[in-house]
Design a protein around this ligand. Sequence first.
Ligand code: PBG
Length: 329
Amino acid sequence: MQFPVTRMRRLRRTSAMRSLVQETFLLPSQLIYPLFICPGQGVRKPISSMPGVFNLSIDEALKDAADCAALGIGGLLLFGLPASKDEVGSGAYADDGIVQQALRAMKADASLNSLVLIADACLCEYTSHGHCGVLVGEGADCTVDNDASLPLLAKTAVSLAKAGADIVAPSDMMDGRVAAMRDAMDEAGFTETAIMSYAAKFASAFYGPFREAADSTPQMGDRRGYQMQGTNLREAMREIELDVAEGADMLLAKPAGPYLDVIRATRERFDLPLGAYQVSGEYSALIAAFERGWLDRDRAMMESLLAIRRAGADYIVTYFARDAARLLK
Ligand code: PBG
């Protein structure tokens, strides 16, 4: 049936009518808020490239976590800024590592029970060179050694599980890391700790502001030798298939906004829970436009999040989690 019998505008006439036919929704429980944990007491250090985001000492992080719990947010994703770094990223798997300490403090606080605690499992915040694994070779020939990095990543996962992480989230893009982490966690008795694999992670310019937040800028080279190139969708499907076969419990696609087609394709092909990470550059670009008065803050934020849900993501990691949850209240 065509115009004039069919008129699409009939169902858009009033706000009540639009509510009735709304297809996609966002709940606070679908949002995951990233926290950057640093040493010290009373530290709340602004990140200049990410207005509204801070490096927080554990006591301050507990306050933000409490706010997230009160807002009904689904979970937290923890990143760490260790007091010192070395070639092999020991801080990532130290028993008293910064994220391990934060996890213990959060687990001890019953008011935070409603939050799923997710720990990013990667070495880049802990290595002196800023890469996600250990290096081999010299100068221009220097690369990240995949197989030598696996035991360290596995140790990191075990250490985070032991400290109380509900989920570990490998973001390093080494081959075989999901299986290495699953084996090591099972062996250590952490059979119930889930793995959320950043299965489709692209080497992206949109991670720029994060590297200031997490102090994880590679000192030489870049991450294109291990993260996927943004042009490749079929390759992303292969990556995900492998991570599923290795035992991933849930998936994460990243970045989100510039890669909505990847989210959609993943949703159609795999039945695992799937999330997307609206990364630092997506956040900061929107904030810059809000600050200039070029975009309406609330509307553009919600539109960006609902688009990610519509593409097929079940949950979203986003620096807007608290702002969005507040709006949804
Ligand atoms: C660590 C990691 C990165 C991000 C999440 N985990 C940085 C990177 O891969 O360079 C980026 C998150 C963001 O930009 O918000 N490997």
